[in-house]
Design a protein around this ligand. Sequence first.
Ligand code: ZN
Length: 198
Amino acid sequence: MDYYSSEINRLIEELTALPGIGAKSAQRLAFHIISMPEENVDRLADSMKSARKNVRYCRECFTLTDDELCPICRSKSRNHRVIMVVETTRDLAAYEKTGKYEGVYHVLHGAISPMLGVGPADIRLKELMKRLEKDVDEVIIATNNSLEGETTAMYISRLIKPSGIKVTRIASGVPVGGDLEYIDEVTLLRALEGRVEL
Ligand code: ZN
């Protein structure tokens, strides 16, 4: 038996489909939303629609951006011959917050995980290799220190090595399995400065 109107059920269902939102949170959010002033709901819905419509992947590094090229790829003051490979746009943001990295990035949008059935073709690896056809001095692999991150780092290093481009891996000291975005800036900087050649 349905306790709620079908409209509320529909809203709860949509919210439950979001990551990290369980049935209880979805219910709470749904009731909150229907008690909000209509104009606030419109604003929320509009911001979701507009973000979904206008945010896209940078043509070069595949981070999320409003333009064809992200501000980092467009910048003339960045060193375009050094590419840091990260798993997510959130990791990129973590390194940008340190304000000390002058190269550019490449966002994979995931990591290789045989267990979850994520293979090399499922992340932006082909696109990275394509970028390496231009003049690149160094590729810094800054994937997470998890099993998936390490697997991905090994795979990429083996792929790039024959080209003669220098491949480095950020130093460990970053907690095992730790997501980069939760690590403080000092630790990130130390990991970057202590990177080792693979
Ligand atoms: Zn970019």
